[in-house]
Design a protein around this ligand. Structure first.
Ligand SMILES: Cc1ncc(COP(=O)(O)O)c(C=O)c1O
Length: 476
């Protein structure tokens, strides 16, 4: 047997993503279209990923101008860019070793940027103090999540260590837990109540782990992916009391904190915890994750994220530092993108009018899309869509006819994958099945991204409407 065939059991336990099946078909359809094959559509609309730039929304000019000037400092001398762009690029270059974005940085990131992240967090949290010592920049937030999980999970422990995680959830986190030999202990968000997290359900999940594993952490995503819910302060307080009582580490994925609709408000776990006061504020251990991949900047390809740790023992902090140092440092452009995200142009700066216009253009599109998706899907028989309060995805429930489920089984497919495949084939729209993110037994969902230009979303909704109406007619 070859070395590769002897892959670790943990890696083997990760299921292949349903996305792979659909992505293969997508590739073929695109090839068929290029070869002139006739289909009811001229191009496929891929709304499966949370990638604002891939979906046709434009990068922010200020961000790209500063990055361009940092990459090619000759541009600082030219008259092409506004003066604040040049000043920002000069300052950032002074903070890079040797004045170049091609240099390594300290493990936790460029010192000055880490310092400014801590100031941003303090501003965001209404003055709650934040120490730069507790921040680590990483190549995207998923990397930080993986590293903190490595510290928390002990694959050799008996019983194995577990993490209580939401259903539905961003699939990569569950894969990370399993690949590290941990156990995913699911808790279900309440769909009928706008996908809210209920503390009784956390207790049920914890009880279900008895005899199976030793849960050591609770994972929350707020605003949610894929369900688009935003947690209330009250619900967060309940969670904090729960983790304190059960002695669980709290992992808070807060990467969608800037994307809010329906008058919802984001409050960080760090702030709620601080405002609850001692003893909770001094004892609950928390890791909060943020990223330059999401929000209006959406520079996911540049790979810049960070984690802030709260109440973590100094000896553990040393191990965390060691874990992060295994990759030397995060990509410098990703670090710079984080800096630009948390310190955008201010009123009065030469770049502000254009920056403001571009951000408002994206915000308007997202607010429009969040509202329209719900309106349109809820008008179709067989769909039920909860409000999208934040984030970049919608996760509507599909009530599939028995005939559709039977046909899916005959083809060896999950029913929601079958629906997505038919939607892709017949209407040229790629969305992903709910089974990829977890869903209650016997329910079906689809997930798609609302971060696209309004015209694209309207076309997606037109195609879904016409496909779905025919699908339900044929199979009911
Ligand atoms: C909830 C959530 N957390 C983390 C990530 C990973 O982001 P990053 O690009 O910062 O690794 C994503 C990406 O889509 C996400 O949806």
């Amino acid at each position: 047997m070859s070395v590769l065939q002897e892959l670790s059991q943990n890696v083997k336990s990760i299921k292949p993503l349903e996305y792979e099946i659909l992505a293969r078909r997508l590739k073929m359809i695109r090839k068929e279209l290029r070869q002139g094959e006739r289909k009811p559509y001229k191009e496929v609309l891929d709304v499966s990923f949370g990638d604002l730039h891939m979906s046709g929304l434009k990068p922010l000019s200020f961000v790209r101008q500063v990055l361009a000037a940092c990459l090619y400092p000759q541009l600082i001398k030219s008259s092409t860019f506004p003066v604040d762009v040049k000043q920002r690029a000069q300052r950032l270059l002074r903070e890079c070793a040797g004045g170049s974005v091609g240099s390594y940085t300290a493990t936790a990131g460029i010192h000055e940027i880490v310092q400014r992240i801590s100031e941003f967090i303090t501003r965001r949290d209404g003055g709650v103090p934040c120490s730069p010592e507790n921040i680590f920049i990483s190549p995207g937030s998923q990397w930080s999540i993986g590293n903190i999980l490595k510290i928390l999970l002990n694959s050799e422990a008996s019983p194995r260590t577990g993490v209580i995680t939401p259903v539905p959830n961003h699939s990569t986190t569950n894969s990370s837990i399993m690949s590290l030999g941990g156990v995913v202990v699911p808790y279900y968000l309440n769909e009928e109540q706008g996908w809210q997290l209920q503390v009784e359900e956390l207790q049920r999940a914890l009880d279900s782990a008895k005899g199976q594993c030793n849960p050591i952490a609770l994972f929350v995503t707020n605003p949610g992916n894929p369900a688009g819910q935003v947690q209330s302060r009250k619900s967060m307080q309940d969670v904090i009391r729960f983790v304190s009582e059960k002695r669980l580490f709290l992992l808070a994925d807060e990467v969608y904190q800037d994307l809010l609709y329906e008058n919802s408000e984001f409050v960080s776990y760090k702030r709620v915890l601080a405002e609850m006061g001692p003893p909770l504020s001094d004892t609950v251990e928390l890791a909060s994750f943020h990223s330059a991949s999401k929000g209006f900047i959406a520079e996911c390809g540049l790979r810049g994220g960070y984690v802030e740790l709260v109440n973590v023992d100094p000896t553990v902090m040393k191990h965390i530092h060691t874990m992060f140092s295994t990759d030397t440092c995060a990509p410098v452009l990703g670090q710079l993108a984080l800096d630009l995200m948390i310190n955008p142009p201010q009123p009065g700066d030469p770049s502000y009018p254009l920056y403001h216009k571009e951000v408002e253009h994206i915000r308007t599109a997202l607010i429009h899309n969040a509202k329209r998706v719900r309106e349109v899907l809820n008008s179709l028989p067989g769909f039920s869509c909860q409000p999208v309060e934040g984030g970049s995805f919608v996760f509507p429930r599909l009530f599939l006819p028995a005939k559709a489920i039977q046909q899916a089984e005959e083809m060896g497919m999950k029913p929601d994958t079958f629906y997505c495949m038919r939607l892709l084939e017949e209407a040229g729209v790629l969305v992903l099945p709910g089974s990829e993110y977890g869903q209650k037994e016997g329910t079906h969902h689809i997930r798609f991204c609302i971060m696209s230009p309004q015209e694209t979303m309207e076309e997606v909704l037109r195609r879904i409407t016409s496909f779905h109406t025919q699908f339900m007619r044929d199979l009911s």
